[in-house]
Write a protein that binds this ligand. Structure first.
Ligand code: SAM
Length: 355
């Protein structure tokens, strides 16, 4: 059974049924935001790009790229599922797309990438972890290209399964209010390590955690020195369960028993501030505008203070995020939590200011 759905400027035929990988062709309407952000980001990059969609599903992402990007050089659409390929062809027809610069292939994504001559933009949007496709994607990302990766296996990255996180992401997660920021930074480091093997330095230019997934866009550069500088920013993260003190240095504030160690993780920027400004200008709907406004305010620093936790510790009433930001000079909101602030101030000073 199929039905017709409209998303952005695309209309596609989708398979009806419970949302799962078992659907004949996978289409998740909840990932519209993920695709919206990709379009805004690509429209904020001035040059036309050679684009790869190696795990295309229904083709919704590519069809929206074709219809909504101001410019592109070519788009290569791929999936290893026979039915997905049929659906992609049907959907291209439905949208009246006859562009010569579009190719469709039915290959394993790694084979598709390795056999190519390379791309300026590769979008890895898999079921679960991007791990199986990272090596080939990094090998085929062009100089100054952009690599995008989605991870939906957040249970490993947020510490529900810490052993799985160590096996798959070579780091220890954290299971508390900071788990999503720690999780996405662990994911970033893992992808950077894969790239460093090929002397490619990849820097996050836009990263976020939302619903059940993480999304990161990297700028790629071929440079040994830049790789070394990336690796210098991989560190452990320490968190005190007693006073919520956070640091990249092992320092005992309360007791050795209250210190948790997470990582190694990426301690550098999550966003390129110039890019996020342009993205806000190119926003396409209210949801993306509100989100991009928040990202533009958010500091690039590591960690944040949960205001509910602070009020519990200090036995004072909960303070609103907007009020906390007014009281603490360098404080910014964070997309990781609506009741938290990012600040460089020490925890004891924050507690004093908020009392
Ligand atoms: C999460 S879905 C992709 C969703 C799509 N990118 C979108 O935005 O709607 C993952 C897709 O990857 C395909 N896939 C899984 N393993 C693959 C592989 N090794 N090579 C190529 N395609 C694969 C599946 O058939 C499925 O269509």
């Amino acid at each position: 059974m199929t039905s017709t759905t409209t998303e952005g400027s695309a209309t596609i035929t989708t398979h009806k049924g419970k949302l799962s990988k078992k659907l004949p062709v996978f289409y998740n309407p909840l990932m519209k935001f993920n695709r919206d952000i990709s379009i805004i980001l690509l429209n904020s990059i001035k040059r036309p790009l050679i684009i790869a969609d190696p795990l295309a599903g229904s083709g919704i992402r590519s069809i929206r790229f074709i219809k909504e990007l101001k410019k592109f050089k070519s788009i290569s659409i791929n999936d290893n599922n026979e039915q997905a390929i049929k659906n992609i062809k049907q959907n291209l027809k439905l949208n009246n797309i006859k562009n010569k610069n579009i190719t469709i292939t039915k290959k394993d994504a790694n084979e598709f990438l390795i056999q190519s001559t390379g791309f300026d933009y590769i979008d890895i949007d898999p079921f679960g972890s991007p791990n199986p496709f990272l090596d080939a994607a990094i090998k085929r990302i062009a100089r100054h290209g952009i690599l995008a990766a989605t991870a939906t296996d957040t249970a490993a990255l947020t510490g529900t399964y810490p052993k799985a996180c160590r096996r798959k992401y070579w780091a220890t997660p954290l299971r508390n209010e900071l788990m999503h920021e720690v999780g996405i930074r662990i994911l970033i480091r893992k992808i950077q390590l894969i790239a460093a093997q090929y002397e490619k330095a990849i820097t996050p230019i836009f990263s976020y955690a939302k619903d059940h997934y993480y999304r990161v866009f990297f700028h790629s550069q071929k440079s040994k020195t830049a790789c070394d500088n990336i690796l210098k920013q991989h560190k452990f993260f320490y968190y005190c369960t007693n006073c919520t003190n956070q640091s990249i240095y092992k320092q005992i504030c309360c007791s050795t028993r209250t210190q948790l160690q997470a990582g190694p993780l990426w301690t550098g920027q999550l966003h390129d501030k110039k890019l996020t400004k342009t993205m806000l200008k190119n926003s396409i709907n209210e949801q993306t505008t509100n989100f991009l406004k928040l990202i533009n305010k958010e500091a690039n620093t590591l960690g944040f203070i949960d205001l509910h936790k602070v009020s519990k510790k200090t036995k004072t009433p909960i303070i609103k995020t907007t009020d906390a930001i007014k009281k603490i000079k360098d404080a910014t909101p964070t997309h990781f939590s609506s009741h938290a602030i990012k600040t460089n101030k020490p925890i004891e000073e924050i507690k004093r200011l908020l009392r």
